[in-house]
Ligand binder design. Sequence first.
Ligand code: FE
Ligand code: FE
Ligand code: ZN
Length: 276
Amino acid sequence: MFIIGAHLSSSKGYSAMLRQAQEIGANTFQFFTRNPRGGKAKDIDCSDVEEFLKLKESENFPVILAHAPYTLNCCSDKEEVRQFAVNTFADDLKRMEYTPGQLYNFHPGSHVGQGAKKGIELIAGALNSVLYSEMTTTVLLETMAGKGTEIGRNFQELKEIIDKTELSDKLGICLDTCHVFDGGYDIVNDLDGVLEEFDKTIGLSRLKAVHLNDSKNPMGSHKDRHEKIGQGNIGADAMARIINHPALKDLPFYLETPNDIGGYAEEIKLLKTLYD
Ligand code: FE
Ligand code: FE
Ligand code: ZN
């Protein structure tokens, strides 16, 4: 089954997102757990969650992906910034249990000059303080473009975070196509080679989701500017190979392309014609 969705606004709740996903031809969706710049989350509406869980079952939505606020920085050089990230992370994980067994994606963080080694230690430390054995959510580390001092600019850094995390069975990876391309991985001409390297470094069994984005910039630019599918430097042919690759084709794919809701519907339609 082709599992395809887009990033939706969470302002109207879970069941509204599911309905909106269906309207654009999707069978999953991604959403921010709270204002993407951080701040307090809305209280969970139990009747909405109940309706959502019923619909998710009857409408055959295999999995949904929550995205942490992108401003959280678990490896800041400031104690209060790290503490804020950990508190928000822990609160999100508690809230995720209302919808058991789903995915929660976060940006590992930026070491702001402390160096990658220190950054990786701090991120693993944060994970060690928020992950708990009874949780049913899988936490995904997102592959990053390597802009500024971002951690997760290559597979090795993500592997080191996983290795330093005690409850590493709770961890997976979300591969962002724009980010890895900007990070210098040639998914256009050597997708097999990139995935082999991923497998050797991290292990493909960790790969749980794909952010499907084209890139406004050339490979290795470390820029992180998403483009519409087929209109950037990755291109439609490479996108077709990505969604059909044996190691990827059964994963959930999420669009984070610069689109309104109608644009997402068009992209999903296009991707469905490209999916074998
Ligand atoms: Fe992200
Ligand atoms: Fe992404
Ligand atoms: Zn991005």
